[in-house]
Design a protein around this ligand. Structure first.
Ligand code: S3P
Length: 426
């Protein structure tokens, strides 16, 4: 276990590119593998999670090769995957396991997909149920991984989701590629829509009307995919720039898909200074350069339908709340309890260790700010976003902090601790 020492920072400034969007990268690899012919993916994420997806696809006979900034995937068509010789390993990656299960459900072979201790503790019934309804045979360990999937020709369904989860939606839509007729999902509220956008880009008809998304199976066209910078990684640097005095930071080509970047709106309402430059669009995904600067923040609140749109940014937003004037409330965030760690608990525990005033309940918490944080011995609990959010908290605290399990950052952002050294003035 790596422990990182974080000392108080004076300011953060400079220009940087964050790794490619993790959600888009998983989808780009999977869809390119199912397409006919070679696809070139620009800016694929360096995240360990994304390597897991690539390795699972390789284990099913797909060639994936890095060529500088580009990654070439030799797609073999929808029916081109081969039975893997061993158990597929999704590691820590919920997206790998849940989305790939949708594809495995449509294969004529049986396969098993497993993950690390954290992933084995996360609920899989939410994808198993609709995939079984479509005709796949799936066995689980009490609703959890490892999953053994015996796939085949699937029947289309019209599935009413109970949680606004992009992973559930995507698993059903990807299985729909192997069903004849229209497969649709009705989501309780909007969740990230990268799957829909990329499927359309690759020639699959996908309609989306309010919260009902429908797909007709079609061959996928290989081509070029540009992965934007990961908003969920950029948020850590944005947070550091807001909180440290005299800071000014430019972040290049950050993905701004509205179903992902709602935290920008919340931050603007809280008084954050930020601007967008060079707005661009590739394969249906908006991206722009973000310019951020030191800001005086007011308390903010998040609840209901906003939650899925900021779900991965909440650890960092909670750190910001500790420095904002007033009480910030995070309501209806029960899904955080079943992420890579119980994030309500790991956020609250670490904030309290640093002296913040925090109150927790079953599906939420509130933070009363501003409090001058003090350095503390913190624990990532093996969760990448907790490691990074509390590294930023450590930069704005008084005294030294230790982050135990800091290596977890590599799950989404292997370069993170190195870039702190490059961007921060101590
Ligand atoms: C993701 C969806 C979200 C998110 C996760 C990535 C995706 O999970 O928290 O980090 O790529 O589809 P849920 O679908 O469980 O909300």
């Amino acid at each position: 276990m790596a422990t990182e020492k974080i000392i108080p920072a004076k300011k953060i400034d400079g220009k940087l590119s964050v790794p490619g969007d993790k959600s888009v990268s998983h989808r780009a690899l999977m869809l390119a593998a199912l397409a006919d012919g070679d696809s070139v993916i620009d800016g694929l994420s360096t995240a360990q999670d994304v390597h897991r997806t690539a390795d699972c696809l390789r284990a099913m006979g797909i060639e994936i090769a890095a060529d500088g900034f580009a990654t070439v995937v030799r797609g073999k068509g929808k029916d081109g995957l081969q039975q893997p010789a061993k158990v597929l390993d999704a590691g820590n990656s919920g997206t790998t396991m849940r989305l790939l299960s949708g594809i495995l459900a449509g294969q004529r072979f049986a396969s098993t997909i497993d993950g690390d201790a954290s992933l084995r503790a996360r609920p899989m019934e939410r994808i198993v149920k609709p995939l079984q309804q479509m005709g796949a045979e799936i066995s689980t360990q009490n609703g959890k991984a490892p999953l053994t999937i015996r796939g085949g020709k699937l029947a289309p369904i019209s599935y009413e989701m109970t949680v606004a989860s992009a992973q559930v939606k995507s698993a059903v839509l990807l299985a729909g590629l192997f069903a004849e007729g229209e497969t649709s999902v009705l989501q309780p509220s909007v969740s990230r829509d990268h799957t829909e956008r990329l499927l359309r880009h690759m020639g699959v008809p996908v309609s989306s009307e309010k919260n009902r998304i429908a797909l007709q199976a079609a061959p996928l066209q290989a081509g070029k995919i540009v992965v934007p910078g990961d908003f969920s990684s950029a948020i850590f640097w944005m947070g550091a720039a807001f909180l440290l005095p005299d800071s000014n930071l430019s972040l290049y080509n950050v993905g701004l898909n509205a179903t992902r970047s709602y935290a920008l709106k919340i931050m603007q309402r809280a008084g954050a200074r930020l601007a967008l430059e060079s707005i661009d669009l590739h394969n249906g995904e908006e991206m722009a350069d973000l310019v951020v600067a030191s800001s005086q923040l007011q308390a903010f609140s998040i609840s209901g339908k906003e939650v899925p749109l900021v779900i991965d940014e909440i650890p960092l937003l909670a750190v910001l709340a500790s420095q904002a004037e007033g009480t910030s409330r995070f309501e209806d965030v029960g899904e955080l309890r079943i992420k890579e760690s119980d994030r309500i608990h790991t956020i609250v525990e670490n904030l309290q260790k640093m002296g913040a005033r925090v109150r927790e309940w079953q599906d939420g918490f509130e933070v009363e700010g501003p409090t001058k944080l003090h350095g503390a011995h913190l624990d990532s609990h093996g969760d990448h976003r907790i490691a990074m959010a509390f590294a930023i908290a450590g930069l704005v605290a008084e005294g030294e902090s230790l982050i135990e399990g800091a290596e977890a950052a590599g799950v989404s952002y292997p370069e993170f601790f190195q870039q702190i050294e490059e961007l921060v003035t101590f």
